[in-house]
Design a protein around this ligand. Structure first.
Ligand code: AMP
Length: 521
């Protein structure tokens, strides 16, 4: 490393420490506590380490609200000590891989923390899995023990023979385990809509990694956070981890219901809500009357991620809740790429903002770096928590030390990033490159359109032609949709096919399922 790289790294570390101090993750006025927190993180990882640290600092603070249950940090730490000790007594240790298939709730959280207390590798399984996908993933990830939600017990009949079902038993008994020698980390699964999802294994080794989540978002100690996005996905998981480390109260929403989410914000005086864009739309669609009967003045942060936030939707949210929209962009493999603050959004609606401290974002066209504003390139990210590769082998493309997200994007003159769509969703029609994102964003602005998606379909003359799928709120016909696009964008961007559907197929993390759309035709 040369002197200037060293100086840059030192400056970045200082900024990361400053950001963590501001948020209250560390308290530099208390150096022994900082040292102890860092040692706890190293031994137990960010989840169990966050719980243990907050149990020391604010033991009586409520850590989890799950329905009528309230669990303090002290209790959560003690319960997960007991669960880990029972699993150890049953013959499991840090050499085993534990899977968990549970909807958001205390059981899922306790499994995550107890696995880390063993030092075991944990695989977070998607609750939307079918039996065949589950079997494939369990075998590939060499899962030996599984915590299965009672509500999903039907899947138990179909498990591979070498998988033991684990109970989450927090009854006292057994000596607390010594700190594990090493953390094996956790595996997230990519959201493949068909076939077997890939495993993205991750160990969070640097305690400075948390800075990326608190730099551009005003998170502080002891807030109340409503998690609506599912915890098996990186969006909610990252916010969950940061919240544990801030000693915040986490309200676990479970199966999404817009009216319940709104009333939970009011009931718990939530500072932050974590959701995917479709959830935000459903909350806004409850209408001004329902919105006004719930007091949402406590909300400081609406954290949306996982899929594109249409500009009209973000702007509607600001009108309803004030300037509190944070549009987070990243992917399972790279972790955080950029975050748009409300100020970014107001200046440039539709943006995903800028990279927080410690993260580098660059665009490439092939191997050429793209720096010109307005020019499209593939987004590449440098983040210390990026995965090293998939558990089944392979990984994302690396250029200049940065990992590709597979999305196409461009910067504006203010250096803010915009996502134009995934590179494999780009449509080439009659030799013209068309990005579905731009057309979709325009369609969302039409007062009669609630949701829209655009894909390319095979066409004898043009190679591909554009097909728009539209969920209409009121009477609307295909010619009106085409004419609307033509008046705002180039003619070749007007969809030739316009199909009206009841709803768009989406993945559990809010992404449009484009293969599912093609099948609707
Ligand atoms: P996942 O790996 O499931 O987190 O999916 C990551 C992908 O979701 C990204 O590569 C984007 O295609 C999309 N995505 C996530 N967040 C955003 C966002 N804020 N705006 C646009 N696309 C997004």
């Amino acid at each position: 490393m040369n002197i200037s790289t060293l100086a840059h790294t030192a400056r970045t570390s200082l900024r990361q420490i400053r950001v963590m101090q501001r948020a209250g993750i560390i308290d530099l006025r208390n150096p022994p506590q900082v040292v102890r927190t860092a040692a706890t993180m190293r031994a137990y990882g960010p989840i169990a380490g966050g719980i243990r640290t907050s149990a020391r600092r604010t033991p009586d603070r409520i850590a989890l609200i799950d329905g009528d249950r309230r669990i303090s940090y002290r209790e959560l730490d003690a319960r997960t000590d007991a669960i880990a000790a029972h699993w150890h007594a049953a013959g499991f240790d840090r050499t085993h891989t534990i899977g968990v298939l549970c909807p958001d709730g205390a059981r899922l959280v306790e499994t995550m923390a107890a696995a880390a207390k063993l030092g075991a590798r944990l695989v977070l399984l998607n609750t939307g899995f079918g039996a065949a996908q589950l079997r494939d993933v369990l075998a590939r990830e060499q899962v030996r023990a599984l915590v299965l939600d009672p509500g999903l017990a039907a899947l138990a009949d179909d498990l591979p023979g070498d998988v033991t079902l684990l109970e989450v038993d927090a009854s006292p008994g057994g000596e607390p385990l010594p700190a594990p020698a090493e953390q094996a980390g956790f595996v997230l699964l990519t959201g493949g809509t068909t076939g077997t999802p890939k495993g993205a294994p991750r160990r969070v080794e640097s305690p400075l990694a948390a800075a990326q989540f608190v730099d551009r978002v005003p998170l502080r100690r002891g807030q109340t956070v409503l998690l609506c996005a599912p915890l098996f996905h990186g969006t909610a998981l990252s916010q969950f981890i940061v919240s544990l480390n801030l000693g915040s109260t986490i309200v676990l929403h479970g199966r999404f219901d817009a009216a319940r989410a709104l009333s939970q914000i009011a009931e718990h005086r939530a500072d932050m809500v974590v959701l995917v864009p479709t959830m935000l739309r459903r909350i806004l669609d409850l209408g001004p009357e329902v919105l006004s009967t719930n007091d949402t003045t406590s909300l400081r942060i609406i954290f949306t991620a996982g899929a594109a936030l249409p500009s009209s939707l973000g702007t509607r949210a600001i009108e309803a809740f004030g300037p509190v929209i944070y549009n987070f962009y990243g992917c399972t493999e790279t972790g955080t790429a950029t975050i748009a603050t409300p100020q970014d959004w107001i200046a440039a609606p539709g943006t995903v903002g800028k990279a927080p401290v410690g993260i580098t974002v660059a665009l490439y066209d092939g191997d050429t770096l793209v720096t010109e504003p307005g020019t499209v390139g593939t987004v590449h990210v440098g983040n210390a928590i990026a995965i090293a590769g998939y558990s089944g082998g392979g990984g994302k493309q690396i250029r200049g030390g940065l990992m590709s997200t597979g999305d196409l994007g461009h910067f504006d003159t203010g250096g803010r990033l915009f996502i134009d769509g995934r590179d494999d969703d780009m449509i080439i029609s009659g030799g013209e490159n068309v990005f579905p994102g731009e057309i979709e964003d325009l369609l969302y602005k039409h007062p009669a359109i609630t949701e829209a998606a655009v894909i390319g379909v095979p066409d004898e003359e043009f190679g591909q032609r554009l097909a728009a799928f539209v969920v209409a709120a009121t009477e609307l016909d295909a010619d009106t949709v085409r004419a609307y696009v033509k008046t705002h964008l180039a003619r070749f961007k007007a969809p030739r096919d316009v199909l009206f559907v009841e709803e768009l197929p989406r993945t559990p993390t809010g992404k449009i399922d484009r293969r599912g759309l093609a099948a609707l035709r």
